[in-house]
Structures are given as structure tokens and as C-alpha cells.
Design a protein around this ligand. Sequence first.
Ligand code: V47
Length: 372
Amino acid sequence: MLDQIEAKIRNGERIDEEEALYLLRHPDLNRIGRLANDVRESMWGRRCTYNINRHIHPTNVCVFRCTFCSFYRRPGQDGGYLVSPEEAVERAKALSDLGITELHMVGGCHPTAKTDYYCSLYRAIKEELPHIHIKSLTAVEVAWLARVSKQSFEEVLVRLKEAGLDSLPGGGAEIFAQRVRDLTCGGKCDAEEWLEVHRVAHRIGIPTNSTMLYGHIETDEEIVDHLSQLRKLQDETGGFMTFIPLAYHPENNVMEIEEGPSGQRSLQVFAVSRLFLDNIPHLKAYWVMLGLEIAQMALWYGADDLDGTVVDEHIYHDAGAITPDVLTVSDLRKLIAEAERDPIERDTLYRPIVRDEATGQILEIGKETIAS
Ligand code: V47
């Protein structure tokens, strides 16, 4: 069967769910990786993009109790916070001389922070730093805002976009299967709502990312079902820029799983994702979760992008990630070059960025998204 699947892929034909499942379970990881790498190279050659970004978590207070989450505080619990727009601007400004092009802002579903709060946050940031791309709010947070603000997804997203929101990150997707959601994140938005938020975002011109949290209680079938639902929506809208498999981190939470996924499993998930998601242009290796070594290897198993310089990340570091909490641009470039790939800085929309080597100032942002 592997020969047949390989022939199909080399012919440019789409593989189906059963074939993806077969690849996910096949012991010959290197052959599957080779195939994924050939697909990746046919799209991107030797290029590996990265971006210069910073994370801000506007709040860690959350009404939901996801068992894998080590980051949230219950409403009223010690240690909970809600960042003011002024504080967010100060934090972003403190790092803007490092050349960041993107702010990645996600957090908890706060009981009282409504759409207005996020609009003020984005307006304050854009007023001081108009060139910064704001990638913010997972679909779960958008669905929550719609609920507490008593607005439709579209109303919420239109207002946020007018205030400065540029794109949505891919978080909150976890695993779409309701069995897993009931056991890990019951109550928060389900697959249908997650997909609907992204569908609406795409329709009104907000590009988005997609993720999958793997390596905990999910089955292989549930992984393939997750990929399949993303592929279907992408066929419909074309609005996903990238897919990011997120490796589960086991510490400081109530999920009774002692270990995250092995390196072998992570590389197989990357390779199958590249082969199955033939309509999502980019596959991102998020080094914070994968660890630097597996992230570097993933560049040979389908990934074409390494995120990012990432300062001040808490969701995974609170869950026990032992990766550094910042990589400099030269660290990132070295990691990519050591893997025999060509490092290219990009903005959030995957447009190549050219900088003055001496000053670090941006000289040019490519007009076109890096396209296959
Ligand atoms: O949805 C939470 C995950 C996600 C744990 O779009 C955990 O560019 C592992 O989606 N172990 C949020 N994962 C982060 C996210 C993301 C990250 C980087 C880039 C982008 C992008 C998006 O973090 C959550 C959840 O799936 N998460 N807890 C944990 N213990």
C-alpha cells in the first residue's frame, strides 16, 4: 500500500483519510519523511522562513478548565491578571527596537473583558506602533467574546478588525473530536464553532492559522479526522496560512499523562500533515514546544517555517517546556542554516522581509506572500 500511496502523491493526487491513517502508523518514518520533504521542497525549495515576534498574554484568567492548561487562573484566584492597554503598549514598545514585526496576543476567556476591551487594546497598540501586525485571539476567545458581548462572530470580528486586529492565530483547536473535548476542555467552543469562527474570519478578510494539540489522549483516527476537517474548510475558504502541530507538554496541569509525544511521533505527525494538507501552504515548527532539536529535524519532515523569536511565552513554559524563552535572530538563522536550509525572515503574512544588515531597519517587505 505504501508504494501506491507514494505513487499517488508523486502524481499530485490527494490522499484520503484511510491512507493518511496508514502513513501515520507505518513504521518506516524515514520513507514517509522523505516523501513529505520532497513535497515540501517542491513547494518551497530550501527556504525556511522565520519571524521576529513577541507574545503578550492579555489575561491568564479563564472561565474554562482545560485539563492540559497550566497557565490559567480561575476568576478571583490569586495570581490572575488583566493587562491594561497602556501596559500592553509599554511592553510592546520595550521590544520594538528588536525589530519585531508581530505581536502574538492570546490568553484566557475572562469573565468580564468584552469586545470593547480588546478593541481598546488594539487601538492603543496601533496608535504607538502602527507597523506591528496584531495576531490575536484564538477562535475560542472570539466565540467567548461573542457570548459575553451578546454579538455574532461576524459582529465581533468586524469590530476587532476595525480596531486593528490583523489575523487570528490557530490556537484552541486542540483535537476536534468531541470525545477528546469532553474529557479535556468541556464547555469551551466545540469543533463546529471553532471552524465557524475561522470561516467567518476568512470571509471578511482576516487570514488565520490552524493548530492541533497532539500527544495526549487522542487516537490516530482522531488526528486524521482533525486534519480532514481543516482540509475541508480550507477547500471552501482558502484562508489558512499555516498549520502548526503542537506537541503536548505534561507538567503543572491536571491531565494524568506523564509524557508528551516522542521525537519519532512528532516527526511522523509533521510528515503526514504535510502530505495530507495539500491545500495549506505552510507547516510551522514551533520550537518552543517541540524543543530545538526536533524543530530543526522537522525542517526535513515537511516543515518550512520556524516560529519565531518569541519573547515572554507562558502557555508552554508554565507547562514545563524547557526550551529557552527567547531565541535571537542569529540563533534562529544558525539553527536553520545548520539544517542546510536557507533562512528567510518573513512577516506574519509570509511576505519576505529585507533588512539593512548594519542597522536592522526594514528596507523592503515583499508585496507577494511567499507562494508555492
Ligand atoms: O490552544 C495549552 C496549546 C495553544 C498546552 O497561530 C498546550 O502562529 C502543549 O495556538 N502543552 C495556544 N500545548 C498556542 C497556539 C499557537 C502557538 C504558536 C503559534 C501559533 C500561531 C499558535 O497552546 C492552545 C493549546 O492547544 N496548549 N496547554 C500544554 N500543556
